[in-house]
Design a protein around this ligand. Structure first.
Ligand code: PEP
Ligand code: MN
Length: 361
C-alpha cells in the first residue's frame, strides 16, 4: 500500500501508477477521510520500498502482510481504528452507518401476489430493503429451484410499489448480467462463497455485493472471498454472517450463528457486516433471539426471511405458461407478521444505532 502525500499532484500519482505497473502491479486509488492511498493488486516485490522511496507524491510505502489487504482495516488508515466502516449505499439505503439496516422478504419468489404481499409486510413493519430469491441454491436436485427472470421482474414490481430496493442471489456466472439488470444488490450465497469466477464476475458488474460466509469458512477465508470481489475494483461489499456448521445441528438449529464474528470482522476490515438470523437458525422460534444477538454483538444490520400469515402447504408458481405447485423453501424459518411486526418494533427501539466497537488496540 502506498500512502500518498496530501499535496500529491495527479501527474505524480500517474507516474507512481505507471512505475508500479512495470512490476506487474495494478492499483486501486482509495480516497478516505484522513488519507488517500494506492492499493497494490498483485505480488509486491521486495525492492519496491527502495524504488518508491525517491518518488515525488509518496508519503510512505507499507508492505502488506495480510491475505486480504484491499479490505483490511489495518492497511486503510482512512477508516481509522475506532470501528468506523465504509458506507455502502444501496438504492438510498446506507450499510455501515449509524442505523442498522434491516432487509426482509420471502426466502423465495413464487408468484406476483405472494411477492407483493410479502413486500408490503416488510414495508409496513419498517424494513429498509427487500430480499427474495429467484435463483435458489438447493441441496437436493429434486426440489424447487426458483422461477428465474420472472421472479426478478416481480421483485422489481414490488420495489416500484414499496420503494424498497432489493437484493437477490446470482447462483452462477451465467446469472450475473441478468440479475444485475434488475437488482440493487447481488447476493452471493454460502455455497458459492469460494467460487472465484462468480466472485469476480459479480464484482465486475459494479453492483453492491452481499457476500455470505461459507458455512465452513474461517473468518480469514471469508475475508479472502471478499478480497476476490475487491480485486475487481468493486469495494461495495456487505459481509453477512449466516451461521456456520457446529455441533448444534442435531438439537434443532440448522447452523450456529457465530455472534463473535461481528466484532472480529469489524476489527479486521472496514466493510460492514450484517447477520442472517434466519438461515443460521432454520427454525422461526430461534430467529428473534438470533436477531437481537446479532445487533447486540455489533452487526450493522440483518437479513430476515418473512412470509405471509396464511402460508402453508404448497404454493403456486407459473413456468412456461403452466401453473404448478411447490413446497416452500426454508418454510420452517420464515417469520410471520404476528412475530415479525413486534420484533421489528423491539429491534428499532433497543438497537436504534449500531453498537460501537470496543477500542481496537
Ligand atoms: C438465502 O438467503 O436465500 C440463502 C440461500 O442463504 P445461504 O446462502 O446463506 O444459505
Ligand atoms: Mn432461504
Amino acid at each position: 500500500m502506498i500512502i500518498l502525500r496530501k499535496d500529491a499532484t495527479q501527474a505524480q500519482i500517474n507516474a507512481i501508477i505507471g512505475a508500479v505497473g512495470h512490476y506487474g502491479l495494478s492499483t486501486l486509488l482509495v480516497v478516505g477521510a484522513t488519507a488517500t492511498t494506492l492499493q497494490l493488486i498483485g505480488e509486491e516485490p521486495t525492492d519496491l520500498e527502495t524504488f518508491l522511496g525517491g518518488m515525488p507524491g509518496v508519503e510512505e510505502y507499507r508492505p502488506v502482510n495480510l491475505p486480504y489487504k484491499l479490505i483490511s482495516r489495518k492497511h486503510h488508515p482512512e477508516y481509522g481504528m475506532n470501528g468506523a466502516s465504509k458506507i455502502i449505499s444501496v438504492g438510498g439505503v446506507d450499510f455501515g452507518g449509524e442505523k442498522p439496516v434491516i432487509i426482509a422478504g420471502p426466502c423465495t419468489v413464487y408468484n406476483e401476489k405472494q411477492v407483493m404481499e410479502t413486500a408490503r409486510i416488510a414495508k409496513e413493519c419498517g424494513a429498509d430493503m427487500l430480499r427474495g430469491g429467484a435463483f435458489k441454491p438447493r441441496t437436493n436436485p429434486h426440489t424447487f429451484r426458483g422461477i428465474g427472470e420472472d421472479g426478478l421482474k416481480m421483485l422489481a414490481e414490488a420495489r416500484a410499489e414499496t420503494g424498497l430496493p432489493f437484493v437477490t442471489e446470482a447462483l452462477s456466472v451465467r446469472d450475473v448480467e441478468l440479475v444485475a439488470g434488475y437488482a440493487d444488490m447481488i447476493q452471493l450465497g454460502t455455497r458459492n462463497s469460494q467460487n472465484q469466477d462468480l466472485l469476480l464476475e459479480a464484482g465486475r458488474s459494479g453492483k453492491p455485493i452481499l457476500l455470505k460466509r461459507g458455512y465452513w469458512q474461517t473468518i480469514e477465508e471469508w475475508l479472502q472471498s471478499a478480497e476476490w470481489v475487491a480485486s475487481t475494483g468493486n469495494l461495495e461489499i456487505v459481509l453477512t454472517e449466516r451461521g456456520i456448521r457446529t455441533l448444534s445441528n442435531p438439537t434443532g438449529g440448522r447452523f450456529s450463528l457465530d455472534v463473535q464474528a461481528f466484532v472480529t470482522v469489524r476489527t479486521l476490515t472496514y466493510l460492514p457486516v450484517i447477520g442472517d438470523p434466519s438461515h443460521s437458525a432454520g427454525k422461526w422460534q430461534l430467529v428473534p433471539g438470533n436477531a437481537r444477538a446479532s445487533l447486540a454483538a455489533g452487526a450493522h444490520g440483518l437479513e430476515l426471511d418473512i412470509m405471509r400469515q396464511e402460508e402453508q402447504g404448497t404454493i403456486e408458481f407459473v413456468v412456461n405458461g403452466d401453473t404448478r405447485h411447490a413446497g416452500f423453501v426454508d418454510y420452517a424459518q420464515g417469520l410471520r407478521p404476528n412475530v415479525f411486526a413486534p420484533l421489528m418494533v423491539q429491534l428499532r427501539e433497543k438497537y436504534a444505532t449500531v453498537e460501537p466497537l470496543p477500542a481496537i488496540t
